[in-house]
Design a binder for this molecule. Sequence first.
Ligand SMILES: *[C@@H]1O[C@H](CO)[C@@H](O)[C@H](O)[C@H]1NC(C)=O
Ligand SMILES: *[C@@H]1O[C@H](CO)[C@@H](O)[C@H](O)[C@H]1NC(C)=O
Ligand SMILES: *[C@@H]1O[C@H](CO)[C@@H](O)[C@H](O)[C@H]1NC(C)=O
Ligand SMILES: *[C@@H]1O[C@H](CO)[C@@H](O)[C@H](O)[C@H]1NC(C)=O
Ligand SMILES: *[C@@H]1O[C@H](CO)[C@@H](O)[C@H](O)[C@H]1NC(C)=O
Ligand SMILES: *[C@@H]1O[C@H](CO)[C@@H](O)[C@H](O)[C@H]1NC(C)=O
Ligand SMILES: *[C@@H]1O[C@H](CO)[C@@H](O)[C@H](O)[C@H]1NC(C)=O
Ligand SMILES: *[C@@H]1O[C@H](CO)[C@@H](O)[C@H](O)[C@H]1NC(C)=O
Length: 402
Amino acid sequence: MPSLGDKFLGFFLVLGFATVGLCSSDKSSDVDRKLSARLNPDCPEDICTPDGNALTLIHIRADSDLDTIHYVWDLTGKPTILVALTRKNASLKINWNDFMDAKPSSVQFSETPIYTFMTVINRIFQFDDPEDKGMLGNNASSVFVYDPHEFSYNRTLLWFNEKDVIAALNANNDFLFKLNAFSTRDHGMDFPHLLHTSNSTQVDIVFNNVSSKFERPRFAIELLFVVSEQAVTGTDFQITKRRSLDDEHTPGIFEIIDVLSPGAFKFSTGGFVEYRPVSYTHPERDVSTSTETHQSEPKAIEFASDALNATLAYAIYGQKLDTLVVQGMNISFGFSGDGFYTKTNYTTLTFQVGYGMPPPEQLSAFVLIVAGIGIGLPLAMLVFGGFYICTRKMRNRRGTRV
Ligand SMILES: *[C@@H]1O[C@H](CO)[C@@H](O)[C@H](O)[C@H]1NC(C)=O
Ligand SMILES: *[C@@H]1O[C@H](CO)[C@@H](O)[C@H](O)[C@H]1NC(C)=O
Ligand SMILES: *[C@@H]1O[C@H](CO)[C@@H](O)[C@H](O)[C@H]1NC(C)=O
Ligand SMILES: *[C@@H]1O[C@H](CO)[C@@H](O)[C@H](O)[C@H]1NC(C)=O
Ligand SMILES: *[C@@H]1O[C@H](CO)[C@@H](O)[C@H](O)[C@H]1NC(C)=O
Ligand SMILES: *[C@@H]1O[C@H](CO)[C@@H](O)[C@H](O)[C@H]1NC(C)=O
Ligand SMILES: *[C@@H]1O[C@H](CO)[C@@H](O)[C@H](O)[C@H]1NC(C)=O
Ligand SMILES: *[C@@H]1O[C@H](CO)[C@@H](O)[C@H](O)[C@H]1NC(C)=O
């Protein structure tokens, strides 16, 4: 009989150690990829004045034992996020004079990358929404277009070590950009707490107190994607929707939207963009200060090398862009009855860009422990209760008293 009690003691000890183990493994110094970041690498002083913060191109190497993922955050023009998988010793070279003139091949890797995926913030739209639908229609007369190439950027933060890289910029004080790169798998610090790995980088955009041009204004953003996959007719980017098991990390939002490159969709090797269909309408992000997002179906971009003529994509690929898969989509913010953008003059979008497949959400240690207690505690009471009654009976039979 006592051996059962021992077993339970053992069970709880194991549970205890497991909990401690889970907690401490969060703090362990193990990194999946070791990060190293450079601001404006090898930029001559006449272009990047040393104390200036208007020009921002950040190159991050994320090295594993096997290979390297390069992230480039280019905010010298249209914000462009490059994710490139290379062998371990490939390096990135920028000819700054040519790059500033948007010449092809002004940005190059020392060897051809195994895979590249680029996301360009091509345009931002403010549109009138008289029917209060939250969707960007085709009524060109009521759309105001912002060209992010014309923004004046001001870098306000750059912080990095081998585990994290964080940069923040603001554009005309209207659009705030925050970028992150990571060394391990974890959830982001801020809402919507997206799950990231060392294979992805995160972009957070705030549409901050932008003056409205319409009576019922809303915003939308146009993203263009460039992948180093050959364009084949009938191979498109795919939007897939997943449901997470719980909403512990993003209260109220169970859905995850994955935008997969043709290669990622078909063979699980490609690039992806991932986000939750939520936009926060207040700096204190919460379920009560949020609204929805809507996206259009991805479509091919014709004359890609013209459309992207002054971007990092053109600086790397030039006219070759016309032979690659270049597609785009719009994401708009808001839904019927939310009071339009002017209700708070604040709205956000957070997304990840990465290589491979978006990481699946798993039940967290917290949920497992809560579930464990929910099942374990009644079970333990039952067994200990039975044990207690049994020993009482046995003691009574033997007639011993303590
Ligand atoms: C890069 O690595 C490959 C093998 O991994 C090696 O053959 C080559 O010499 C290396 N190049 C440099 C510049 O270190
Ligand atoms: C386009 O927008 C204008 C101004 O909001 C409106 O007067 C017009 O009816 C709209 N056209 C269509 C086809 O929706
Ligand atoms: C850039 O931001 C910093 C800090 O917010 C501010 O002090 C500076 O005046 C800004 N520069 C420009 C050109 O807006
Ligand atoms: C990250 O990328 C590497 C390719 O270097 C791949 O082997 C690995 O499975 C990816 N990890 C995740 C979590 O997608
Ligand atoms: C928003 O912008 C308006 C001018 O367009 C300004 O008067 C107001 O102070 C700004 N509000 C905030 C919170 O920055
Ligand atoms: C948002 O800005 C507009 C002007 O662009 C202003 O009319 C409106 O009152 C502002 N809303 C809030 C909540 O401050
Ligand atoms: C890119 O194309 C646009 C319109 O086609 C043109 O106005 C602009 O000058 C071009 N930029 C460069 C750097 O060639
Ligand atoms: C985004 O919306 C604008 C305005 O309706 C449209 O002209 C453009 O083609 C859309 N872009 C994509 C990639 O669907």
